[in-house]
Design a protein around this ligand. Sequence first.
Ligand code: GLA
Ligand code: ZN
Length: 687
Amino acid sequence: MKRFPSVLPDFPHIVHGGDYNPDQWLSYPGILKEDLRLMKLAGINNATVAIFAWSAIEPQEGVFKLDWLDKVIENLYKNGIYTILATPSGARPAWLDEKYPEARRVTNMGDRRLHGARHNHCMSSPIFREKVAKIDSVLAEHYKDNPAVKMWHISNEFSGECFCDICKDNFREFLRRKYHNNIDELNEQWWTAFWSHKYNNFEQIDPPSPLGENCVHGHNLDWKRFITYITCDFLDNEARTLKKIAPHIPVTTNLMGTYTGLNYWELTKHIDVVSWDSYPQFHNPDVKDSDIAVEFGMRHDITRSHKKQPFMLMESTPSCVNWTKVNKMKRPGMHYLSSMQAIGHGSDTVQYFQWRKSRGSSEKFHGAVVDHEGSENGRVFKEVAKLGADLKKLDEIVGTDTYAETAIIYDWENEWAISDFQGYSNRRNYESTVRTFYGSFFNHAANVDFVSMNEDISKYKLVVAPMIYSVSEAMINRLEKYVADGGTLICTYMSGYVNENDLCYLGGFPGGKLRKVFGIWAEEMDALHEKERVKNEYISNELGVEGSFESFDFCDVLHLEGAKALAEYRSEFYSGTPCITVNEYGKGKAYYIGTRQNAAETEKLVCRIADKAGIKRIVPDNLPEAVKVISRTDYENEYVFVTNYGTESEKIDLGCKTGTNLLDGKEYSGCVEISGYGVLILKREYN
Ligand code: GLA
Ligand code: ZN
């Protein structure tokens, strides 16, 4: 039996809670009291307290008021509710911005921002860091021995960039370190001889700006790396301060899935537990709910994959959000289903933004457990309470692992490089392309892990590497070794073009040893207009995939250099040349998909490659489109989550293993029916 420690120290239950802002209600004692009654009714066992509460904690510089917070935390605790205590650095009080304007960000046009809004501080500002460290240490000293406080929630959704003089200096310092204080090395990696952009010294370098340099791709990439670095450094300043005083309390900060502004593979090295805020927009007539489940399934799996351990669903809405054009309510049952989906993917929590709708300001119409009406009689409250009751049946899931035989590469730095270069076509769509491949597993009852380009991949039976455009020589060598040692690798068009600084590989794409591994030379890549299609046909049945299909957006023109063609183009001047190939390399196999196919075609092909590679399915692979199956395990028991994103009931084949549904205690095996929005959590023997 193998379990990870619970996400909150010594808390052996699924965490059910959410953002709680008593600081907005201090002059409404009746409401604060009522919150406790309602939280108990809803089965809440945790509250994330005081995010954005700086002006309530330090209303004037150096004057700290914690009486109200003491009372809130104590009352929660008396009612069996633990506190995840936030640091308030996500938004600044007016006194701070007035006295220390350098805490406010400068835009890429050089303007200092005014006071207001949130998430807009300079990450470098020494005085802001000092003020944050001060309030953090006051909180840590005061609460370090308080048994109610289980975790620090540092700041909120780190994001954005600052272009002030201090940030510029820090950027130059970062470059000096990276390029060994050698400007020639930087000039070479950024290819600055182009357009005479050579620098004489590091002092001449500014961050990218619409007013200045913005088309040197290595420069843009290093700026993004710097933003991740300076954000982690800011986060470390907070984490260090808290840990010095209260080393036993773990820290997290809430991520935003695949937010592209920060390299989360890096940022998550600086926190103990990974958490994220998930806001799927179900019930859109233009997108199937089962596709939204794929999109958010992938984001849950990416979040879990940062530490390959259970994570926290730090925020979700029990009904609507307030920031889309149409803020649709979650239909009855959908909140339950999407919360259980998160747990299936490895979350050990279901938490909300927000517990109670604020009375005024910008988020007053955002969904919450408690409405302005204030009672437990509304639909949303009742659904949350029903979920809260059922989460109590899931203690044995806490700390369980996700076993995956497949790894998919998703890499932030690659995303930055793909989004930035000029050429071919703008229809690059890195994330949705990765998602197309992810669907080949999630829609077919197989778990996956995500990996960065710096991770060990040797334990996986299958590695899927869609659009690895920017890939270091070190990673290429790891991929080569992986295949040589017997692994199966799938790669696509637009792979192996540039190194980690966006310098093209010389000697043909895919670059370095990849050309040998795949046994092909991708001489050219054609880009198609939006509605253009190219015809293709499978010419080998070795995978059991036959017939013709269409492809779009990108078509590699390939030469076989040892690989075997599985499919060929049937239109265009390159008709008759290969578009999908396989190469036996060492003990392994390398598949190259040289053209973009839709999800159905991709799944048809990738599922057969997965079968060949011996990838196990949790249940037989013939699920209806609306039904998804994922699992967790402690290596003695397997917990199979069967979820139906459709409104109609569906028949599925669970295979011969019998499992007991933790939710209703009944046994299930073979062909069963699952109701619309239904969830089964089947406990079966692991083998
Ligand atoms: C984010 C923030 C919250 C809140 C929600 C609204 O996730 O972290 O403070 O603004 O969005 O959806
Ligand atoms: Zn700055």
